[in-house]
Design a protein around this ligand. Structure first.
Ligand SMILES: N[C@@H](CCC(=O)N[C@@H](CS)C(=O)NCC(=O)O)C(=O)O
Length: 304
């Protein structure tokens, strides 16, 4: 009996399982055999998930010396990913010819965000931190030909894309469209429709706290136009954002513009790119052709 009691205490102290633990305690007072069965079932479930995690970890740690395991959300229907940061990092891995494998089992990493990577048994999170880490490790610096002024511009534009435009686009995707582009852009199980409203609410709240969510729709749209114009003016007639050669800045730019071009049908931002900033559309197709020759195979379901 003591063992059962200990199991009850253990179950109730597993953070997320606390609720289950309380339920079992309640059951213990009502019906002991049923409570014991519940403890056995919950423990079996826990042990199974522990073993699964352990197996995954072994697989990632044994991916091969210097092979990056890129953890991400499922592929998209129209673009390889619906996360601009995942696209950014995968583009960098392609640009720098670093060997990588993809893992869809655990998309959220140590910071609770995607993407993240495992490299030689160590985990790293945040697309930018990872790019800088990999650049140092593999000696890949695609910005070493840039002047200080160009580096400063590149830095400022990256922040504009990763931290500002992302909020503008998220407002359209999750607040105005209530997450529909996510559901349309990915093959998700039917129950995702039940989770979606909660997810949308969380993002709406985050955008309110961040500040974007407090502006009018017109103002947000205008902010988006200014960001897109800044990118278009920077690109001009050049093949890549900072010149004739691609640099890290193109990873952020393409990762985000791909969201507009392939994952935001009928959005004001796609309309702007078509009507006011066509150099960005050509840029997206150019980058796609060079770095994503297997684009169609990277879709879910894969296309021919
Ligand atoms: N600064 C991070 C941002 C990553 C990020 O926000 N990822 C989103 C997907 S686009 C995510 O994981 N969201 C899940 C969540 O916040 O719960 C990076 O550059 O990697």
């Amino acid at each position: 009996m003591c063992t059962v009691k200990m199991a009850l205490v253990a179950v109730s102290s597993w953070g997320p399982a606390r609720l289950v633990g309380r339920g079992i305690k309640w059951l213990w007072n009502k019906n002991k055999p049923l409570a014991i069965t519940a403890v056995v079932v919950v423990s079996a479930f826990k042990i199974n998930s522990y073993i699964t995690k352990k197996k995954r970890r072994n697989k990632w740690n044994n991916a091969g010396r210097d092979v990056v395991v890129l953890h991400m959300f499922q592929r998209g229907r129209y673009a390889p990913n619906l996360s601009p940061y995942v696209m950014k990092l995968e583009m960098y891995l392609r640009m720098s010819d670093i060997q990588y494998q993809i893992d869809f089992d655990e998309p959220l990493g140590p910071k609770g965000k995607s993407p993240w990577i495992t490299l030689n048994g160590e985990d790293f999170a945040d697309s930018q931190i990872i790019i800088e880490k990999l650049g140092d490790k593999f000696g890949k610096d695609f910005s070493n030909n840039l002047t200080h002024e160009q580096l400063a511009l590149s830095h400022a534009l990256r922040i504009m894309i990763d931290e500002h435009f992302v909020c503008v686009l998220a407002y359209w995707r999750y607040v105005l469209q209530r997450g529909r582009p996510l559901m349309d852009g990915m093959e998700l199980p039917f129950y995702a429709w039940f989770i979606l409203p909660r997810f949308v609410k969380t993002i709406k709240r985050a955008l309110w706290i961040q500040g974007t969510g407090r502006h009018s729709v017109q103002d947000i749209q205008e902010m988006g136009r200014q960001d897109i114009r800044a990118l278009s003016d920077t690109l001009g007639e050049k093949p890549y954002m900072m010149g004739d050669k691609p640099s890290e800045m193109d990873c952020s730019a393409f990762g985000m513009l791909a969201q507009v071009v392939w994952n935001s049908p009928n959005s004001p931002y796609l309309n702007m790119i078509h009507s006011e900033f066509p150099n960005l559309l050509n840029y997206c197709h150019r980058v796609k052709k060079r770095f994503w020759p297997d684009w169609n195979k990277c879709l879910q379901p894969p296309q021919n």
